[in-house]
Design a protein around this ligand. Sequence first.
Ligand code: ZN
Length: 368
Amino acid sequence: MKRTLLALLTVLLISACEQTKSPPTKTESTAVANPFKVWTWLTAKSDWTDSTYQSKFQRLAESGIDAVLINTGTNPAELARLTPIASEEGLEVHAWIMAMNRPGDTVALQHPDWYAVSREGKSCFDTRPYVGYYQWMCPTRPESRGHVLNLVRGLAEVPGVASVHLDYIRYSDIFLPIGLLPKYDLVQNEELPEFDFCYCDKCIEKFESIHHKNPREMEHPELDLEWKQFRLNQVKAVVDDAYKIVHDNGKILTAAVFPYPEMAARMVRQRWDKWNIDMVLPMIYHNFYNEELDWIGFATGQGVSDLSARETELHTGLFIPSIPADQLKEAFEQAKTNGAKGVALFDAGALMEEHLAVIKEFTTQKND
Ligand SMILES: [Zn+2]
């Protein structure tokens, strides 16, 4: 009898312990399974079959890659087709969207007034800054930002997707990365009017209603801090709304951003340490800025430090075409030792067998 009671008590005690143990949060369970996460960006191609995708996803997964960010040109049906194929191979799927820069968007093109307008008064609808694929939406106008958020919703509703991943979530570059200037035969020692956005009627009207001054009439709008802050806030407002939408659909929000917040704010009006977002993947592409490999560590550490008051995770983006396989481990170490929770590789198509071998070795060690 005594022994039975003891056994019963033990069973009760164990079940009580199990009941009081709270379920692991997503972060905890991910942290155990993946102490250092490896992602890669991949652009879907219309002529790839299911079996093409299967073999590509298998190659990535077998190399120790955990997650794939897929650009389907904002096509939820295509994403719904590819997600189970990637999941079957063990990859986490993220819905990569070109957010504010939407070249050739057939819905937006019906509305010329949705596009961002430069200080020169030219619209991205027909005047594209720098490159043919730059067609930026105004982040302030309710219809254009609403359009982008509807697209975010469409991707967030796809079953099996882990996050919606915002790319081009910013203004057009007021300054290009210094390493790219010779390619465009440009000198940018100051904010040039043709690259300065958005001076559309809606932006000016909203800014004037708050601050009682008009940037179009300023001799030096680049020196007006309210005008700068206003634009940082317009981008933040789109992100914060996207955060609510994806969370309502049980997903998380991630984004590709410029290297560290101060730099992002100056170059593209993107202050990402102020956003409501789960994870950022800064594009710490050292060669774009004529920097060396240790700059990956600097920029990672700066971003991690700037995020210290928030829950947002930072995963360092690396530009694979400029990182030979024999430097890849060092790049990973720069990110990891400076506080990144992972690395994201641009892009899957640039990953050579030698790169995959390094990833495999690194990820095998990480799980030991
Ligand atoms: Zn505008």
